[in-house]
Design a protein around this ligand. Structure first.
Ligand SMILES: NC(=O)c1ccc[n+]([C@@H]2O[C@H](COP(=O)([O-])OP(=O)(O)OC[C@H]3O[C@@H](n4cnc5c(N)ncnc54)[C@H](OP(=O)(O)O)[C@@H]3O)[C@@H](O)[C@H]2O)c1
Length: 282
């Protein structure tokens, strides 16, 4: 994208790990940055830190716990009401398998927690922000959605999407990430011709973040490594018009098989509209 100084970019989960690294880099390019987090004190601290490092004063913080669909709705509304444009939405916030991978947790709305935070929240946030993204693309020629997924992917069992029968943290994480890729493919078809593109990526394996330290112990790569690929999808000129691709870093790659099953994608979409109550306003 040309003229980073004119872009407005929203990054969810910008208070730590990969999201914070991407935020620091994009702030240094001079973009107007909307940083999302779930803890106001941490949000303020990170905002001040990024402002100091980058010298960029066009940074804004938005708070929302993505484990609550009402908070996701409020986040979308406050961005929609305050921002005249949104060039890029980076759905980065996410939750790993957790320190106790046998312990099933639920969201404020009663959904399996990883599925709620890693998939339902970005599904709802993206759909709520589509009018702003589409308007931006009409005025500027493009807008982009970047979904931070993972190479860890596992097929959804539609008889037990919320993993009530058999819970495992890795399975919960992996199915939520495949759901995000399925959403990416479905949305790319829907948005064809609007100028809004949507892609998903696996940024890097075992980056040095809180999620990895808590889950696997020893990181293998740096956040700088993953951030490079997220930023490429978000702003690189060579990606203009490219949509509906799952990347492993910068390589277009094949996702798990279920992502290519149109019936499964439609089924997930129908359920997601119902679970997020978007079907009531469709
Ligand atoms: N690390 C890896 O090797 C790796 C590999 C593949 C994909 N990914 C993906 O990369 C993304 C970033 O992960 P990371 O490794 O940077 O993890 P991280 O350091 O744990 O950061 C996760 C971010 O998401 C936020 N978050 C978590 N739960 C939330 C909730 N309920 N509501 C709002 N925000 C919430 C966190 O907020 P707090 O700061 O308040 O905790 C934090 O800002 C995730 O989507 C992850 O699945 C990571």
């Amino acid at each position: 994208m040309h003229n980073p100084g004119q872009l407005t970019i929203l990054i969810t989960g910008a208070t730590d790990g990969l999201g914070q690294r991407v935020a620091i880099d994009l702030a240094a390019k001079g973009v107007t940055l909307l940083l999302h987090g779930r803890d106001p004190d941490k949000g303020r601290r990170v905002l001040a830190k990024i402002r100091e490092i980058s010298g960029n004063s066009r940074l804004h913080y938005f708070n929302a716990d993505l484990a609550s669909l009402d908070e996701v709705d409020r986040l979308a509304a406050s961005i929609g009401n305050s921002q005249p444009r949104l060039d890029v939405l980076i759905n980065n916030a996410g939750l790993g398998a957790g320190p106790n991978p046998k312990s099933r947790e639920t969201s404020a709305d009663g959904f399996e927690l990883r599925f709620a935070v890693n998939y339902l929240a970005p599904f709802l946030l993206t759909r709520r922000l589509l009018p702003l993204l589409t308007r931006t693309a009409e005025n500027t020629g493009e807008a982009r959605i970047v979904n931070v997924a993972s190479a860890a992917q596992r097929a959804i069992d539609f008889d037990d999407v919320m993993l009530e029968k058999q819970y495992d943290g890795m399975r919960a994480y992996s199915q939520s990430k495949l759901a995000l890729v399925m959403f990416t493919f479905e949305l790319a078809e829907e948005l064809a011709g609007t100028g809004v593109t949507v892609n998903a990526l696996h940024p890097a394996s075992l980056m040095d973040t809180k999620m990895v330290r808590e889950w696997f112990g020893t990181p293998r790569t740096s956040v700088e490594e993953g951030a490079r690929y997220v930023e490429r999808l978000a702003v690189s000129e060579e990606l203009k018009g490219v949509s509906g691709i799952y990347f492993e870093q910068d390589e277009p790659s094949r996702a798990a098989e279920q992502a290519y099953d149109e019936k499964a994608r439609r089924r997930l979409q129908e359920l997601s509209f119902r679970w997020t109550r978007l079907d009531e306003t469709r």
